[in-house]
Design a protein around this ligand. Structure first.
Ligand SMILES: [Zn+2]
Length: 271
């Protein structure tokens, strides 16, 4: 380990998206890692020992809550030191109800909620590392300004889509907050919850919904097998496009890039 490395504040976030938020706020003061690797599905991912080991040394743990990390909850509880705060980013924010959760967990796809997440991370860092307060506040201020610009940019892109074409069919139920904030309608999803297999009837209903609502395109997500969505799109004669929901990759490797990609893809495929 390099000189100075040990002195850094160790932050473990569940998703790479939240690790990105922490890096934006903490910069060089932090050593940030994520439990769920890029490209994995947060709902069902079970962590490997090397990632769990990071928890035992963490100064701060960041999770979403609302059962997003259902498969990780016990691991986090058992391995986080009792003196280490666990920040639940969605806590107290207005949640949209969903079929099999207390609330739909994907709040960050509305940039206003991402802003609340970042403010919460900033406050937690100031609390555990007061010596860095000025740095955290200054970094957060400039990042929050970037997010407010992003919010307007996403709104403008979606406003360019004719209102009768602002319809979403996606793999899983991740885009309700995006739809609510920017004026889209969620028509259907392939699975109510990842990890469950859709039945033949579900797929038939999906094809019917795409046709009945005259949905211009459907959206796969990089972390899920798109076969069923491709079959349904083929049957209905519409294009398959891509939206990112909860995980990054090499090309789309920050939250800002994720939202920007989604906004452009929505405008391209629905507009
Ligand atoms: Zn999800």
């Amino acid at each position: 380990m390099e000189e100075g490395e040990t002195a850094r504040v160790k932050v473990v976030a569940s998703l790479d998206l939240f690790a990105d938020f922490a890096r934006q706020v903490g910069g060089d003061r932090l050593n940030v890692s994520n439990l769920i690797p890029a490209g994995a599905d947060p709902h069902t991912y079970e962590p490997v020992p090397s990632r769990v080991a990071k928890l035992t040394k963490a100064d701060l743990v960041i999770v979403n809550g609302l059962r997003l990390e259902a498969a990780l909850e016990d691991v986090i509880e058992e391995n986080t030191p009792s003196s280490t705060p666990i920040v639940e980013l969605s806590e107290g924010l207005p949640a949209i109800s969903s079929d099999d959760h207390d609330g739909n967990p994907h709040l960050w796809l509305d940039v206003q909620n991402a802003i609340a997440y970042v403010e919460r991370i900033r406050d937690a860092l100031v609390e555990i590392d007061p010596a860095g307060a000025e740095t955290y506040r200054a970094n957060a201020d400039s990042y929050l300004a970037e997010l407010r610009t992003l919010d307007a940019e996403v709104a403008t892109a979606i406003d360019s889509i004719p209102s009768d074409r602002r319809k979403l069919v996606t793999f899983h139920d991740a885009f309700s907050y995006l739809a609510q904030r920017y004026g889209l309608q969620v028509v259907d999803v392939v699975v109510a919850s990842p990890g469950k297999e859709p039945s033949a009837k579900d797929v038939a209903n999906l094809v019917d919904a795409i046709a009945a609502e005259e949905v211009p395109a459907v959206f796969k997500e990089p972390q899920f097998n798109a076969r069923i969505l491709e079959l349904a799109a083929d049957d209905a004669g519409v294009e398959v496009c891509t939206l990112y929901s909860g995980t990054l990759d090499k090309k789309v490797n920050t939250y800002v890039k994720l939202m920007r990609f989604n906004a452009r893809e929505l405008a391209r495929c629905l507009g």
